[in-house]
Design a protein around this ligand. Structure first.
Ligand SMILES: [Mg+2]
Length: 244
């Protein structure tokens, strides 16, 4: 077994139940802004528009403010609603930032891993939303570093994002494992930066790509504990070099 000295963790749908948080925040926002529209229909429309806006954001074609407001402008226009998109955008961010639902086993796994190695949270998202949820989750203190794409100005799978994580932990790519649910952002991204990858795939589906399959696949987040053992004391305490 390889001796990893640090683990990078994706946040959403790896440690946090983002789908539930998003669905609740959307439902609460839409119940005020558009109570007459069937909820499923409006949530589906929002998700399609939101995906387009995140792509524009990650390509650097719009800024964070443009992302947050534009998706609601488009949604209300598409649905023919006269509600105020700026008010909905503000409500949505506030509601979402308060929803810190950890997935089963996430807290226990992070708590135990933090005893063994250095941890870095690596998440594509908005600072206020991710920091709000992390603060409420009770696991934030276990991470040596927290990297959020909006704060960094770079998003996964850009290798510069993963290089920033190496720098934040003071560890070389060869000493790290990256755990996440997204084949492109987390797995292909990590491997592109020379970091071993562990795909969290609770559904157990075959590897869909892109690129080669990851070094590890797990269906239960607690299985990471079988991949990362307690390093020898001398190694764990080695803070002498940027890249031990
Ligand atoms: Mg994810």
């Amino acid at each position: 077994m390889k001796d990893y000295l640090g683990v990078l963790f994706d946040a959403d749908n790896t440690l946090f139940d983002y789908d539930r948080a998003e669905a609740e925040a959307l439902a609460e926002t839409l119940s005020h802004a558009a109570p007459e529209v069937p909820r499923e229909q409006s949530i589906e429309a929002y998700r399609a528009i939101n995906a387009r806006y995140w792509k524009l954001f990650e390509e650097g074609r719009i800024d964070s403010a443009g992302l947050q407001s534009g998706r609601w402008v488009d949604l209300f226009r598409q649905m023919g609603l006269s509600a105020d998109p700026a008010a909905a955008a503000a409500t949505y961010i506030t509601r979402l930032s308060r929803k810190a639902y950890l997935l089963a086993g996430a807290a226990e796994t992070i708590c135990e891993l933090a005893r063994r190695v250095r941890l870095c949270l690596v998440t594509n998202g908005l600072s206020r939303v991710q920091r709000g949820r992390l603060a409420r989750s009770g696991i934030g203190g276990h991470f040596t570093a927290i990297l959020i794409s909006e704060e960094l100005g770079i998003a996964k799978p850009d290798p510069r994002f993963f290089q920033a994580a190496c720098n934040a932990l003071g560890l070389s790519p060869a000493r790290l494992l990256c755990v996440g649910d997204s084949p492109a952002a987390d797995i292909a991204g990590a491997r592109g930066a020379g970091i071993d990858a562990c795909w969290f795939s609770p559904g157990g589906i075959p590897w869909p790509g892109p690129g080669d399959p990851p070094q590890h696949v797990i269906r239960d987040i607690g299985d990471v504990l079988r991949l990362v053992r307690m390093p020898a004391r001398a190694q764990k305490n080695d803070a002498s070099g940027v890249y031990p």
